[in-house]
Design a protein around this ligand. Structure first.
Ligand SMILES: Cc1cc2nc3c(=O)[nH]c(=O)nc-3n(C[C@H](O)[C@H](O)[C@H](O)COP(=O)(O)OP(=O)(O)OC[C@H]3O[C@@H](n4cnc5c(N)ncnc54)[C@H](O)[C@@H]3O)c2cc1C
Length: 430
């Protein structure tokens, strides 16, 4: 292993190594236990710059961590350096009229929702409050009201970035527009985001309906669900989990209605063979990503996941998803509504080019058995997959990169990676 260069003075009290009492809580991520050689905990953009220059000189593996909730576990490593951004967790309203909120990458989405609740505002992020701002807001953000709000990245107005050579750059529509493009979808390999300015929306209480439907094996329930969502009012967004047991199937749907009009969720009850159970209530948005979700990430959720985006489901693709769910290895299949406001954004506007699909399917295995079983289950749906969301991919490869960034988007990301990080320091994230 290469020797560590001398730590710069500015980071001398920001380093945590294996002998430190904080190390057990800082070494790992949500899905993996790791053993980094050194964890650096900068508090400012300048300290992040010093940390990345130091890491660049070291030639050791490097990880950048915001919340540590990444599914690939790449935000820590074994024997390398971790730049942990958890102390850059400020949340500040900087323009009340325009509802612009400046947020550090180390904040968690539960804390963001909690901080915005007194204003009656929200930023759609994801379905879990412990997910970090940095990893989600550099890749996409498919959240509880995705169909009315779009992706989290669609509302980013500026990003402060530290480049691999330590330069600090503000990226927005007028300054460094290429960097701004890349940081909204492909940020992880281009720069380190140290602050985001994001436009919130006013959001009164949302309607939340939980429905349990008996689903048919041939996929008709899924096809009807997808057809219904393709035309439903944008206020309605749904997330589903398919449970398969002994030849019968239950689809657990959570429907979130952004304007609180729970009548919009009612037709969902008719999509299955039978409505087994349902509950509905109004709740503040912060109850969907509650601070009760917050926990240290210590490798407790060993799992692997893969994902695929699909257009409105056909008989063939819906049936294939049921085959995936029925696979004897018993993987967990989640289905999310995309479309709506996500698809109203030009596919070239950000480094998230998937602006025509309607469904995100995510397959996970807990605990992982090496990947072969997950791949065997997923195979049925592969012919129908039309793109992927990289934040639900545990095993990033060149093939999954090209699914997340098809065609010219991938070429542009690769070119910008080489331009902003010619030495490939951030690509040392393994
Ligand atoms: C339980 C669970 C639920 C989820 N639900 C959703 C959901 O509903 N919607 C959704 O969109 N996603 C969801 N995700 C995926 C989530 O978006 C990613 O896992 C995300 O990367 C987590 O962000 P983080 O900051 O915690 O990640 P980390 O583990 O800290 O980072 C993940 C990777 O992101 C990059 N990165 C992190 N911070 C920065 C930064 N500041 N600058 C540049 N690159 C950075 C690094 O490459 C790092 O390896 C979920 C994940 C889990 C585990």
């Amino acid at each position: 292993m290469p020797d560590l260069p001398e730590l710069p003075e500015v980071l001398s009290d920001r380093a945590v190594g294996p002998g430190d009492r904080r190390y057990p809580r800082l070494r790992s991520t949500y899905t993996k236990v790791h053993s980094p050689e050194l964890i650096l905990m900068p508090r400012t953009a300048s300290e992040v710059a010093a940390a990345v220059v130091f890491a660049g000189a070291s030639e050791m593996p490097l990880s950048v961590r915001s919340g540590g909730h990444g599914l690939s576990g790449r935000s820590s490593n074994d024997g390398g350096i971790v730049i942990d951004l958890s102390e850059l967790d400020q949340i500040e309203v900087i323009d009340r009229d325009a509802r612009i909120v400046r947020i550090g990458p180390g904040a968690r989405w539960a804390t963001v929702a909690d901080a915005l609740a007194p204003y009656g505002w929200a930023i759609s992020s994801g379905d879990h409050g412990n997910v970090g701002v940095g990893g989600l807001a550099t890749a996409g953000g498919i959240g509880w009201f995705a169909r009315s709000y779009g992706l989290t990245i669609d509302h980013i107005r500026a990003v402060d970035v530290v480049l691999a050579d330590g330069r600090q750059v503000r990226a927005d529509a007028d300054n460094e527009p290429d960097l701004f493009w890349a940081m909204r979808g492909a940020g992880d390999s281009v720069g380190i985001a140290v602050a985001f300015e994001i436009e919130a929306v006013p959001l009164p209480d949302v309607g939340v309906a939980q429905l349990l439907l008996e689903a048919d094996r041939n996929g008709d329930t899924l096809r009807r669900w997808s057809e219904h969502l393709a035309d439903a009012p944008l206020e309605l967004t749904t997330n589903g989990i398919m449970f398969s047991r002994g030849g019968s199937f239950l689809l657990q749907l959570t429907a979130v209605v952004a304007d609180g009009n729970l009548k919009l969720a009612k037709p969902l009850g008719k999509l299955g063979l039978r409505l087994v159970d349902q509950h509905a209530q109004l709740a503040p948005y912060s109850a969907l990503v509650p601070t009760g979700h917050l926990h240290p990430n210590m490798g407790q959720q060993r799992s692997i996941s893969t994902s695929g985006l699909l257009p409105t489901l056909t008989r063939g693709s819906a049936r294939a998803l049921m085959d995936v769910s029925a696979h004897p290895t018993g993987p967990l299949l989640q289905l999310r509504s995309v479309g709506g406001a996500i698809n109203a954004v030009d596919r070239e506007a950000t480094a998230y080019p998937h602006r025509h699909q309607q469904v995100l399917a995510i397959l996970s295995e807990f605990p992982p058995s090496g990947g072969a079983e997950l791949d065997a289950a997923w195979r049925a749906v592969v012919p129908y997959v039309d793109g992927a969301y990289r934040n639900f991919e545990s095993r990033p490869t060149e093939r999954t990169f090209r699914q997340a960034f098809p065609g010219v988007a991938g070429d542009r990301v690769s070119k910008l990676r080489d331009h902003f990080d010619p030495a490939g320091v951030l690509r040392r994230q393994t």
